[in-house]
Structure formats: structure tokens, C-alpha cells
Design a protein around this ligand. Sequence first.
Ligand code: GAR
Length: 189
Amino acid sequence: MKRIAILASGNGSNAQQIVSYLRQTGEAEVALIITNRPQAGVIERAKKLNIPCHYFTNEQLRDGAEPIALMKAQQVDLIVLAGYLCLITPIYIKEYPERIINIHPALLPDFGGKGMYGDHVHRAVLAAGKAQSGITIHLVDEDYDHGRHLLQATCPVFPDDTPETLASRIHELEHRFFPTTIAQYLRFL
Ligand code: GAR
């Protein structure tokens, strides 16, 4: 069975959906979760789900040696970034070419790039007066928010939306499409 490592910095709601979905279908398994934030909500979720969760500092993560050694030892086939806010350095792409998937909470190439994560993205979408937003699930390459798109899905933006209401609509899309897109991609590996 294919094995996944999830890298997450935040609440971990996507990580939880991915674990639950793959447990239901039995198509693949989440072998471990890695985080760069000792207080991240994903840690508690991992505990409840009984998935090993490892904390590394940003420096260790950027360097890559220790986390990659751990993932190799765990025979990880695919890395999934689920709200991961640390830079993926070239060593990861060298070790896992075409095997790193990211989710972005907007329709790339718009509203991507450095500093564009979480609520910053939703605020920028609202400030630009967009009538539509969405999600982009894509492969990770050397350039930020740039790799091949696997899926985009859209949702409306309403005139009275706040970053919070838009975020929750985007999260629904993410929870619906991220696990299935990962499973579909794994069938080609
Ligand atoms: C998600 O909305 C994801 O798209 C976003 O962080 C959130 C994590 O939510 N990722 C980025 O902004 C990456 N640039 P979660 O911790 O509840 O899964």
C-alpha cells in the first residue's frame, strides 16, 4: 500500500479528512505527519487519529536531512502539504520529484506567491472584489505555487463575505476534493 507523509503547520482539518478518507477506502495510508509548529492543532488531531506526529524546527525542515531520512525510513511514496507554511527546499524535490502535492486556497496563478497563505489569501480575494474564488491542488516544483495543476474547483464570493465566511466555503471545497485528488494521483504512481 502506498504511504503518505503529511506536512502541516495549522489546524489540520485537511490532514484529518485525508486520513479518514483513506482509512475508509483503504487505497493508501498516512504513515506520519510532520509539523513545524509545536502548538499546531494538527498535533492533537494526529494523536486522536493515532498517527505518529513529528515536530522539526524550521531550520531542520529547510535543511531537509532529518525529515527526509525519517520519510525514507518510513518508506513514504508521496508528500502532501496540507496548510504547510515552511519553504520546500530543492532537496525535497530532488528526493521526491513529482511526488509532492500542495493545496492552495485560491485559483492560482492569482493570489499565490510568498506571504499568500490562509486568511491573507481570502483578504486579498475580497479586496480585489472577485466574484469567484476556489482551490488549486498542484504538484510542487522549485518555484513557489507553480507546479502542474491536478485540480481546480471554484466557489462564489458574496458581497457580504468576510475572510472567515470565505475561508469556511473554501475549506468545504478542500475537504471534498483534496482526499479524492490525492487518491487519484496515487493510482498513477
Ligand atoms: C488550507 O485552507 C490550505 O489551503 C491553506 O492553509 C489551510 C490549512 O487549513 N494553505 C495555504 O494557504 C498554503 N499556501 P487546515 O490546517 O485546517 O487544513
